[in-house]
Write a protein that binds this ligand. Structure first.
Ligand SMILES: NC(=O)c1ccc[n+]([C@@H]2O[C@H](COP(=O)([O-])OP(=O)(O)OC[C@H]3O[C@@H](n4cnc5c(N)ncnc54)[C@H](OP(=O)(O)O)[C@@H]3O)[C@@H](O)[C@H]2O)c1
Length: 272
């Protein structure tokens, strides 16, 4: 049997961090070897498994990535753009693979991730769920056929603590759709619509709408509205575990398949 893949978890006290520790600890092909949080955290040194509510892991919560990276083969990062960008130079220096789930990057931030991926293997996805990746695949096919005959709108809903809008998943969804119908998203994205006489809809618009409330884990609906009918595609996440499962799958894929430096998507991990 192959040795377990040694994984370090960034932002281990976050919602995704805890879910990653839980999923990783339950996977016999994985060993969690490090977990870190901000240096200011009052919980440093405590057992990360106990903090995540999954029992002892014998992995003390660290105040930074150094030691966790050193012990690991791959780090999984669902934190914030600032924290992820700070991790890149260290991962480069230590030649560690990364699975990045953070969303809300600016275009210039992506350039940094891309540059790093020339030297280390990185999986980057705004959504690690298998279902959403299948949705993207299906939407690409549908939009290539419906083209300009159906109006496209993307509606997303998340919990009230989410900071970025629209969600990274909604943005990727809109990019998949724009590419499929041959439009520039920068020109045709419409973020919500204002009150008042806003005029008729241009058929080229791709609407993006944000709903925030309660503890909604993540819903994405894509509407293709044509003449006399409409199609709706919907994905609903029930818990964060599906993202964590996908991210751990990506981490194992990088190590077990001995992936070379490069920027990979979840579609690569899933083999489509
Ligand atoms: N790609 C996907 O499939 C997917 C799925 C779900 C979420 N996400 C994204 O993942 C990110 C995290 O989401 P979440 O819901 O888990 O948020 P969260 O609960 O706020 O967790 C983020 C964690 O990262 C920590 N952190 C921030 N800066 C840090 C640093 N410099 N060093 C160490 N830890 C740091 C935060 O600590 P503090 O509390 O001290 O700030 C917090 O514990 C967001 O960008 C979200 O959009 C992506």
């Amino acid at each position: 049997v192959a040795a377990p893949v040694r994984i370090a978890v960034a932002g281990a006290l976050g919602k995704m961090g805890r879910s990653l520790l839980k999923v990783g600890a339950a996977d016999p092909q994985v060993k969690i070897v490090g977990a870190w949080q901000r240096p200011e955290s009052s919980l440093l040194g405590k057992d990360s498994g106990e903090l995540a509510g999954i029992g002892r892991l014998e992995v003390p919560l660290a105040g930074g990535p150094q030691e966790a990276l050193f012990k690991s083969q791959v780090a999984i990062d669902f934190t914030s753009p600032t924290a992820t960008l700070k991790l890149l130079p260290l991962a480069l220096q230590m030649k560690r693979s990364l699975v990045i789930g953070t969303t809300g990057f600016e275009p210039k931030d992506f350039a940094q991730v891309k540059a790093a991926a020339k030297k280390i293997p990185i999986v980057l996805s705004s959504n690690y769920s298998v279902g959403v990746n299948l949705l993207w695949k299906a939407l690409d096919m549908v939009a290539r056929i419906t083209r300009d005959d159906y109006d496209i709108e993307v509606i997303e809903a998340h919990h009230n603590a989410k900071k970025d809008s629209p969600s990274g998943t909604a943005m990727t969804t809109a990019e998949v759709l724009a590419k499929a119908v041959g439009r520039d998203l920068g020109t045709w994205a419409r973020y919500g619509r204002a009150k008042g006489n806003i005029g008729a809809r241009d058929f080229r618009e791709i609407g993006l709408h944000t709903v925030r409330g309660g503890d909604i884990v993540g819903d994405h609906t894509v509407l293709f509205a044509g003449k006399g009918e409409r199609l709706e595609f919907k994905h609903q996440a029930h818990s964060r575990d599906n993202f964590a499962l996908g991210a751990v799958r990506a981490a194992k894929w990088l190590v077990q398949k001995k992936k070379k430096a490069g920027l990979y998507a979840m579609a690569d991990v899933l083999g489509f």
